[in-house]
Design a protein. Sequence first.
Length: 608
Amino acid sequence: MSTKTTSQESKMNIWGLLRNILPFVLPYRWLIFITLSLTLAASLMAQVNAVVLDRTVDAINALTQQEGGFDWGAAARILTVITIVLLGKELAGAVVTFFQRYYGERMRILVSRDLSLRVVDRILSFRMAFFAQEGNETGKLQSRIDRGIMSLSNTVNNFFIEILPLFTSAVLALVLMFAANVYVGLVALCIVPLYFWVTYIQASRMKGGRRGIFGTHQQVSQGILNILESINVIKSFNREQIEADRQANIQRNMTDLQLNTRKQSYFFNGLKSFLEQIGTVLIIILTAYLVLTDYPGMSIGKIMYHVMLFANVSAPIRQLHRIYDDMNDALIYAEGFFGILHADGEVERSGSHRPDKVKGDFVLSGVNFTYPGGTKALTDVSMHIPSGKITALVGLSGAGKSTIVNLLDKFYHPQQGSITLDGVELRQWDTQWLRDNVGLVLQKNHIFDGTIEENIRYGNPAATHDDVVKAAQQACIYDQIMELPHQFDTQALQLSGGQQQRIAIARMFLKNPPIIFLDEPTASLDAIATEQIKASIDAIKQGRTVIIISHNIGQIIDADQIYVLQQGRVVQGGTPDEVYRKGGLYKEIFDASARSMNIDKIASTMEL
């Protein structure tokens, strides 16, 4: 994530959080209305116990002091009424609470779904540069998204199921206390600001620690992902202990942050509980004093009445310990999550040029490109890639060959210079239209979780089964597929690396585009498979614009022209024969490849 975005989102507060999440809640206005109505009903019923206790104590006290002795019949009637009222209230409360929680939870689930869909749409709209930035590694992005959705959906749950009912009940209880006695109401009212002042101090002190914990959570996720992706290398070098120690250091840092944060949390929570108890003691003392001094409207029942009402006032204080922790976590996680949703500068911009026919004539003029991480990849690169011809990009590793392919497919845009396709600036092309007309086969292609047929059909979702079969035959993988127990319904991830590479090539055959980019397409295949694939690719090359990156001299010399790159610059260009006769880097690479293949012995062996 860019520094600018991070700086903006780091200012997230409660109001900012609610403002950002409100668009995801408003589509469910009917659920909000139902929940609020049920909340008001539940809050009113929460005051019933205090009113009943007040009337009951005074009624029983009057019975014990009446002349003529205690009237058991009257007492029985009082107890019967109390039982009916309280049990009826509990039954109604259970029904109200059920629907309140159900509709509140339904809203949380729907909002969680919408957040997930929105962030997926957003991620898919970003240009490749976003994923190359520091802090946007796969594991960190996954942690940011997962924890963001979890904490934000919990915020909705806390607000409509926890906070709103509690505070509605507290406000009603406070109104009843003021209505019964202004002085008692003022005492209760004075305690609440003190509590929230302590809460504010707690938020300020703990925000840095919580952000640190969030950062280490991302490191843990990324570290585990790296271990899983590199497990073969780790084991082959016996580096298990090094990786374990690296994770242990991250975990120790996170443990220290968690313990320090918890220590502060327990201190402030204890202080808030003490303030709550002070309020209860003051209420008891004040109401008892007013009863003893025969203050108008005060009775023994009113002591219990005010104590129970203050319990409803202080209920948010008791529950807010947990809710507060969840809300502060949401503030931290929301920074990363909404940082993704608000990264407008990272959205891939598309032009509108959509010609009826794509010829495939590329021209690069004075192109300079540096990756987001700061790696300079291309310097003043100029070349012409004619339509209907085969152009090979040759050079040592890191020369910038794959970067050129990335630029031609609009994964990135050059910082300087221009790239045109069929005479039109590449930025003006409709990105989706361009990629619909480009076939891309990489050295390492991604295989999705699904069947072989689903993975091949990824090249053309509208293809029939016969089309898939034909593409598999062209990619020389059909016979091997038919030998599998489930044939085309076999899970593609179960295939070997070479077989997966052929699946990726089959996608390209199925797509059948006018422009083809081949980046080491046969690097992970055996010699026979390479020859088979080469024959298939040679067949599809006819009449198309082909750009091939390969260290295989057999594929390079078939090209109509080659460009030789060195440290991000074009140093040679022409037909393979012309460039070879000039000497230089291409001749060195060609001769080294021939020597590495032991070409003389191969030739002598073939003569035998």
